[in-house]
Design a protein around this ligand. Structure first.
Ligand code: C5P
Length: 220
């Protein structure tokens, strides 16, 4: 039998991409598969946590034994996270779209024969990680963010931890050559108040298990 150090604890995990509609059939998205967030939710569940799994349209199935809340857009994700509070910890692994289209069409857009493409107007989406980190009474004790970088990973992620106000940042190098985005493995640097910790490259489930046990240690 596994020890269940997170029994009685509630953790919110965001995962996957968001989709931002352009019209009823088109959207802006990104290449997040949801694999790392899904593995983290499963690992937290395995340690006994009650997990609220807020997921965008991911490529991998949601884990069993967690509360799955399916969303499409960043704003829906923010609302779902708010509804899931209070929580002991929040792990924001979703690749949230930075911008949404503010002039999305109600009907499918058509070429009008002029040869001129439509102009999309965009606005910044809410930053869910920064918002959760800055909550007062409702702030989870531990807030973990992710940083997908293509260069100067540790420096950018250290800066991001301070800017967003979260406790930890799990940073990874998503340059195409690493094969990490959409792949089976991850090579992460965990940034805490104590500084950076480089973890060896390993499968995403292994990253998830180590992270979950670190979270358990932090909450007990
Ligand atoms: O700097 P960047 O926005 O890429 O930081 C990524 C981290 O912030 C991830 O943990 C991601 O889930 C979170 N995030 C968020 N809401 C956004 C953008 C990013 O929660 N709108």
């Amino acid at each position: 039998v596994q020890p269940r150090p997170l029994a009685g604890r509630h953790v919110i995990v965001t995962s996957g991409p968001t989709h931002e509609p352009i019209d009823p059939v088109r959207y802006i998205a990104n290449r997040s598969s949801g694999a790392q967030g899904t593995a983290i939710a499963a690992a937290l569940r395995d340690l006994g946590a009650r997990v609220s799994f807020v997921t965008g349209p991911a490529q991998v199935p949601a884990p069993e034994g967690v509360d799955v809340i399916r969303v499409e857009t960043a704003r829906q994700m923010r609302d779902a996270v708010e509804s899931a509070l209070p929580a002991d910890a929040a792990v924001m692994a979703a690749a949230v779209a930075d911008w949404r289209v503010t002039n999305a069409a109600e009907r499918k857009m058509k070429k009008d024969g002029s040869g001129r493409p439509p102009a999309l107007e965009m606005a910044e989406n809410p930053d869910i990680l920064a918002w959760v980190s800055k909550l007062n009474k409702r702030r989870p004790k531990l807030v973990v963010g992710f940083a997908a970088e293509t260069n100067d990973v540790t420096a950018h992620a250290t800066d991001k931890r301070l800017r967003k106000g979260c406790d930890w940042i799990v940073a990874n190098d998503v340059s195409p050559a690493t094969g990490i985005m959409g792949g089976a493995e991850n090579a992460v640097t965990l940034i805490t108040a104590e500084g950076p910790e480089e973890w060896p490259r390993m499968g995403k489930p292994a990253v998830a298990r180590i992270l979950a046990s670190r979270i358990a240690k932090e909450l007990t």
